[in-house]
Design a protein around this ligand. Structure first.
Ligand code: DAH
Length: 338
């Protein structure tokens, strides 16, 4: 037995553990239930009593030796492998840039406009995109069969129901529902039966505004819109009002701003006029107030409507309306996420 213990001891000592896998091989060979050490313990049972003390001590010694060698190897490879893992992470590298999306330019402009009007006490309102004739036309003083209806090519769903051609329909809904004074800003998508080109689309976006109270005048309209334009485009921008026609306003006007690119000197964008058309506006026609149950003898109001695409085109110098809607990330990535 003594010889076998010596042999075991030598084998344990000479076993080289160079790789992680050898740690387990070592354990199986020497320390496991079916390993050699266990065999020695089995043999120990047959050792004569007078030898037990000496052999027992030796057996324990070799056992400890094997155990120790295995534990040391284990901890060595464990720390090595975690060092390996660490070495793959270079904490000094800059992180990979992730693109967290951006806001659509039309949303950016829409939000800006709404924020400006909120400062003036205008509240946000919305209405349906599928609209009836009353709210889109009749209540807005478009008489039946009147040529004014042809001003806007309409997608009809039935004789009475259509995709709204303008956000002015929301004015009517609001006037019917709310009590005066009313001050509201109403953005939304509108639809017109147009051939799609760089300058026209079958749908686009508008922002409508109304202000109704006692003694609201054209001076209020002018000052409100002037303030709005200066907030949106800066203090240097000039405005001018040109007489126009809309069935729902009287008098009606179109507002121009001095060209943002050439500052009024004349360029391609403003077609050498120095001015850019920006919105339609006017004093709400008494017929319109009346149709929605507001007394035109007591109250007056102004209204305005503008195209969001057009403002965004001027602001970001977008040349083709279609770029807003073809979802090209090279275009969209240029805008901020705020
Ligand atoms: N609804 C008109 C359009 O789509 C724009 C407009 C003009 C709205 C004058 C108004 C307004 O509220 O007063 O062209």
């Amino acid at each position: 037995m003594k010889e076998e213990l010596e042999k075991f001891k030598q084998q344990v000592e000479s076993f080289e553990i160079k790789q992680n896998e050898q740690v387990e091989i070592f354990r199986l060979k020497f320390l496991s239930k079916k390993g050699e050490l266990n065999e020695l313990f089995e043999q120990f049972k047959t050792v004569p009593v007078e030898m037990k003390k000496e052999m027992g001590a030796l057996l324990n010694q070799v056992k400890q030796k094997a155990q120790q060698k295995w534990e040391e190897a284990q901890s060595q490879f464990e720390s090595n492998s975690s060092k390996d893992k660490d070495s793959k992470i270079d904490l000094s590298l800059s992180s990979e840039a992730t693109f967290d999306g951006s806001r659509h330019p039309l949303s950016i402009v829409e939000n800006e406009v709404i924020e400006i009007f909120k400062k003036l006490g205008f509240v946000y309102a919305e209405g349906p995109e599928i609209e009836d004739d009353w709210h889109n036309f009749s209540a807005l003083n478009f008489p039946a069969n009147h040529p004014a209806r042809d001003m806007q090519d309409t997608f009809f769903i039935s004789a009475d129901i259509a995709l709204r051609t303008h956000t002015s329909s929301v004015q009517v809904r609001l006037m019917e529902k709310q009590t005066v004074p009313i001050r509201a800003i109403m953005p939304g998508r509108v639809y017109r039966n147009e051939a799609i080109s760089a300058r026209a689309n079958c749908f686009f976006h508008q922002i409508e505004g109304i202000y109704i109270d006692e003694k609201v005048s054209f001076a209020d309209l002018k000052q409100t819109l002037y303030y709005f334009i200066q907030e949106l485009f800066g203090q240097d921008v000039q405005v001018r009002f040109r007489p126009s026609y809309f069935p729902f306003t009287e008098p009606s006007a179109e507002m121009d701003i001095s060209c943002l690119l050439c500052k009024g000197k004349g360029c391609n964008v403003c077609k050498q006029t120095g001015w850019l058309e920006i919105l339609g506006c006017g004093m709400i026609d008494p017929n319109v107030l009346q149709a929605s149950g507001i007394d035109p003898e007591k109250y007056s109001g102004f209204a305005f409507g503008m195209g969001i695409e057009r403002i965004a085109m001027l602001k970001y110098e977008v040349k083709d309306l279609r770029t807003y809607f073809n979802n090209d990330v090279r275009f969209l990535n240029q805008f901020s996420a705020e």
